[in-house]
Design a protein around this ligand. Sequence first.
Ligand SMILES: Nc1nc2c(c(=O)[nH]1)N[C@H]1C(S)=C(S)[C@@H](COP(=O)(O)O)O[C@H]1N2
Ligand SMILES: [Mo]
Length: 317
Amino acid sequence: MLIRHPHNIPPSNITDPAVYASRRKFIHTMLLAGSAGALGVAHGQQAAGTPGASLGKLQSSPFSLTDDKPTPFKSVSTYGNFYEFGPDKESPARNAYRLRTRPWSVTVDGEVKTAKTFAIEDILNWAPLEERIYRMRCVEGWSAVIPWVGFPFSELLKHVEPTGNAKFVEFWTLADPEQMPYVRIPLLDWPYMEAIRLDEARHPLTILAVGMYGETMPKQNGAPLRLVVPWKYGFKGAKSIVRIRFVEKQPATTWTKAGPEEYGFYSNVNPDVPHRRWSQSHERRLGEFFKRKTLPFNGYAEQVAGLYAGMDLQKNF
Ligand SMILES: Nc1nc2c(c(=O)[nH]1)N[C@H]1C(S)=C(S)[C@@H](COP(=O)(O)O)O[C@H]1N2
Ligand SMILES: [Mo]
């Protein structure tokens, strides 16, 4: 079934960018005051708190490759897609309070030497959490600059060993009708699943995110664990992941099943390949009035174009 995306962006309800500025200032003040140690040591434990809890001391990352101003937290947390909680952009923020993020575990299976299930508390301690400020773009034409908190996907590979057959990675997300009312309706093929190639997953820009704006992830943005691949359309960023499966063959994903002519498997941001029903040449940043030009690979061409050398990206859109 196709979802008809309304692709004109209503003038979004943006609050003062000071919201974000003040959060940043708070974190920096804590750092300067030397209280970061106390806050930061057991980041896993703190992160076990509810969404919106401080994540304490964060590693700064050389992979924040943009000087663009972060989009206000309010916009990013109140406008977005999470169809398990409803079909419009406002319903996730309204309904996601029903999601229970503890206890939570993630099973890693498929083409791995040994399948394993990890508690979210353990995952949070795999690596120091980093802040990555990434440009993000939705296939519908809106974009945002988001300071994610997470760690590279490649950290996972220290805990499970893919077999030689593993070529793709699937990210399966929760589909519990008790918590997610719209899972009772066949809006999409539940559970939501997105997949990328293993070498895309291992690229240093690909992260598993556990928070944003210095805090644990809001439920509507995919608590407690989601994928972030900044050079791809937003729908690759599976939210509330419960299973990561390594496979040999390129799978059909939720969006390629929903509309293969509209949502290609690769989903690399490509301004030259229009969506079936609209151009992809421009985008509107949440909170801005004028559109800006969309950049190839969402501005990350220098870092990722090599992954697709020799491929026809008009065909593999
Ligand atoms: N489980 C799940 N993950 C999902 C979606 C969804 O409906 N369900 N929507 C996707 C789409 S279309 C987008 S644009 C992003 C938006 O989330 P963000 O604004 O928090 O990045 O989440 C992606 N991940
Ligand atoms: Mo999207």
